[in-house]
Write a protein that binds this ligand. Structure first.
Ligand SMILES: [Zn+2]
Ligand SMILES: [Zn+2]
Length: 343
């Protein structure tokens, strides 16, 4: 097998010194290019988010000139047909910017040997809002979700919803958030994102969803309607007392996706209720204004009922959800003239 030499300096090929088309790395880098780059590049950058336009896509950058240039050159220009045959892993890095000229370092592998070549490119940056930022700016939206609570609006309920919704990837489609005393309105750039968040609210927060289309009109020359999704979320938290079908229930778990877990205050039994069933049966979230709680002590059991002496002196006969020792201190909840033991 004949050895290969550099036609310029005569150096012999070695494992760490490939001969590329008759040239050693040093002479290759002097006479050829790892990548063919244009003399000047024109890049469109969104002044709001820093993303750059390549074809139909907008790719994120940090908005700085080196980041814009590196992203543009590596994503739009480093392509097989422009790379010298045999080179792989070609990457371009910006070394310096001198007014409208960028000094670049091109790194590429040839036969597992890394070669670096300095080159330069002139650039011109044009500014244009990307589609996402322009719709945010115009507050153009196709769909609105109105999140309201069934029962008093509670900060903790909204906090839990916010934490979850922000994590959903459709949240990036929100163009505006409006808060009011009654709840939160989220405006979405697209109907599909709003619908996904609506489903999420239904599945994970038991929201009752109603959709209405309104405002048929022309947007950008196309006939459009706006979708309003009303999402009504039960305003309850673990430990709350809820009246369902005339029965008092304590909420044990609301984080269980798909259903709620309740404990029947009278029987002590654990019940699961699907979201739709909850809305069909109807419910009322009780507040301390709706009921009274007094202290008492179990003094006897008679006919399956606990005989409870209230601290006020009254005697109550209450069906206990579990047996407690005589003398146990208990709390008595009185609602609509009926007593329950809070155990
Ligand atoms: Zn040479
Ligand atoms: Zn943008």
């Amino acid at each position: 097998m004949g050895r290969r030499f550099c036609v310029r300096c005569g150096v012999e090929e070695r494992e760490d010194l490939p001969i590329i088309d008759g040239l050693c790395p040093k002479h290759f880098l002097q006479e050829r290019k790892i990548i063919e780059l244009p003399t000047k590049v024109f890049i469109t950058v969104c002044p709001s988010c820093g993303s750059i336009n390549i074809g139909n896509d907008w790719l994120p950058t940090d908005g700085s000139v080196p980041s814009v240039l590196e992203t543009y050159i590596n994503k739009a220009l480093v392509k097989k047909r422009k790379i010298y045959p045999g080179f792989t892993n070609v990457k371009v890095r910006v070394k310096d910017i001198i007014s409208d000229k960028a000094i670049l370092e091109v790194v590429g592998k040839y036969n597992n040997v890394v070669l670096r070549q300095e080159t330069q490119v002139y650039f011109e940056i044009r500014k244009k809002l990307c589609p996402r930022c322009s719709s945010v700016k115009n507050e153009f939206y196709e769909a609105l979700i109105q999140i309201r609570t069934e029962g008093p609006p509670r900060e903790e309920v909204f906090r839990r919803i916010a934490e979850r919704v922000i994590k959903a990837h459709e949240f990036s489609d929100v163009v505006k958030i409006e808060e009011s005393k009654e709840g939160v309105d989220l405006k979405f750039r697209s109907v599909s994102s709003a619908r996904s968040i609506g489903s999420l609210l239904r599945e994970e927060f038991s929201a009752r969803i109603k959709q209405t289309w309104e405002d048929y009109g022309f947007v950008r020359g196309k006939k459009h309607g706006k979708l309003t999704i009303s999402a009504r979320v039960p305003s309850f938290l673990e430990g709350d007392i809820v009246e369902i079908n005339g029965k008092l229930m304590v909420i044990e778990d609301i984080k269980n996706v798909g259903n709620f877990v309740f404990r029947d205050l009278e029987t002590g039994k654990i019940k699961e209720l699907k979201h739709d069933d909850l809305w069909i049966k109807g419910f009322k979230i009780l507040t301390s204004k709706d009921y009274a709680v007094i202290k008492g002590r179990i003094i006897n059991y008679e006919g399956g009922k606990a005989v409870v002496q209230a601290s006020s002196g009254g005697i109550y006969y209450i069906r206990p959800s579990k047996m407690l020792d005589l003398g146990s201190e208990v709390k008595i909840l009185i609602y609509k003239g009926k007593q329950y033991l809070l155990i």
